[in-house]
Design a protein around this ligand. Structure first.
Ligand SMILES: [Zn+2]
Length: 414
């Protein structure tokens, strides 16, 4: 898989929309943190008002393929008698996506991903800085990119909102509002038909499960309630992000989030006598090592005070380490007691967490922090696991699955 650098992608999408809809309008929604205009394309002749947000997270490039599929779907559904429009925001987090583009505009490997990864803390993410006022948690400092999309949502009042995210490792899933729950069996089946494995159980502990690979939306209030229940006496002062786009549009809009993966399993090497509890112990130890290294790194005043954007995520993991320790211990409790042979879900979870850990080390180092031997080891271990077990998915699979899912959801409100 090789995707386009950001400017080339926007130019490509603009050209396909102009070729199909000569009367499509291009809007300027606002200006990014670094002063770049954020474009949106307005496609006429549709039966429902819909908004599609690409690059809701700057490190999630599969939106490029899905938005191409959305344009194809718009062409098929076009009728001059229909009054509604679709709005495509090709790259919502423009500056952040440019920071990442080096890893997907060449051949995608886990090592390249780690070396060029940029994903800010939730309080700096365009998707998670909508206004929030819930209990004693309050957030009212949206990013300029968030405000730009907020204005678009206010004007359009969409009936459908698709915020395009993606996962990395095998296991595909989607998140949908309650009014789309009846679609769950068909969504799950669509994932299977395209050779994608619907993820189960749900990786987010506080949302509903509608079917394998189809879950409820992770509303901010659900996470806050969950964290309170987990640690009733603990402080939520580390919870400093806002709400998401699907919180902002409210319950009358059908919101849909796709988390299709970049990789699939290529093979499952024989793990010998490795037991679930042994991999679980390695898993927990990797987190403990990260927390220890972050504590040591942020003891340095200069690093602690630095406003380098690359440090926002490692700092976030440092600040919420006590809550994360409770969550991860809870998540691994059963595995840590199991004498059964290791299962593929254990590898899925372990590799996903190793990527989170490796990318914290990478951002810490590029943001001015120390070079740590553990960082090299984690990068090497994950790189080797990926070479042994994974292959990159064919872009056509993502395009086809994405298009079918977009079609299903849009038909639901016809
Ligand atoms: Zn995402």
């Amino acid at each position: 898989m090789q995707l386009l650098p950001i400017d080339a992608f926007i130019a490509h999408l603009r050209a396909s929309i102009q070729a199909a809809f000569g009367n499509a309008e291009e809007l300027r929604l606002g200006t990014s943190r670094f002063g770049h205009p954020i474009p949106a394309f307005k496609i006429p002749g549709q039966s429902r008002r819909a908004v599609f947000l690409g690059f809701s997270h700057p490190n999630e490039p599969l939106g490029e393929l899905i938005l191409e599929a959305v344009v194809r779907e718009a062409i098929d559904r076009y009728s001059p008698n229909q009054r509604a429009c679709w709005y495509l925001v090709p790259v919502w987090d423009l500056d952040g996506a440019r920071e990442n583009e080096a890893w997907w505009s060449g051949i995608v490997t886990v090592e390249r991903m780690i070396d060029h990864w940029y994903r800010p803390a939730p309080s700096e993410q365009v998707e998670w800085t909508f206004p929030l006022d819930y209990g004693d948690v309050r957030f009212d400092q949206p990013k300029p990119e968030t405000e730009a999309v907020q204005r678009l949502l206010d004007v359009v009042q969409p009936e459908v909102l698709m915020s395009l995210h993606n996962s990395v490792f095998p296991g595909a899933y989607t998140l949908i509002s309650p009014q789309g729950a009846s679609l769950a069996p068909r969504i799950s089946e669509t994932l299977c038909t395209h050779g994608l494995r619907p993820l189960s159980p749900c990786p987010i502990p506080y949302v509903e499960t509608y079917a394998d690979g189809v879950f409820g939306l992770p509303h901010a209030r659900l996470e806050i309630d969950y964290l309170r229940k987990l640690d009733p006496r603990g402080s939520l002062s580390f919870y400093d992000n806002g709400a998401a786009s699907f919180d902002y549009v409210g319950s009358s809009c059908l919101s849909f989030v796709m988390e299709l993966p970049l990789f699939d399993w290529a093979s499952h090497p024989d793990d010998g006598h490795l037991r679930r509890r042994d991999l679980g112990a390695r898993h927990l130890a990797a987190w403990e090592q990260l927390w220890e290294d972050l504590e040591a790194a942020f003891a340095d005043e200069d690093l602690a005070q630095s406003d380098d954007p690359l440090l926002s995520s490692p700092r976030y993991f440092y600040q919420r380490r006590d809550a994360d320790r409770a969550t991860i211990r809870h998540r691994l409790a059963k595995v840590l007691r199991s004498l059964d042979p290791v299962q593929s879900v254990d590898w899925e979870n372990y590799m996903a967490d190793l990527l989170t850990i490796a990318t914290q080390y990478s951002q810490l180092h590029r943001g001015g922090g120390p070079v740590l031997p553990t960082a090299m080891n984690v990068r090497q271990e994950l790189g080797q696991l990926a070479r042994d077990r994974l292959c990159v998915l064919d872009p056509a699979t993502i395009y086809d699955a994405g298009r079918t899912l977009v079609g299903l959801v849009l038909n639901e409100i016809r």
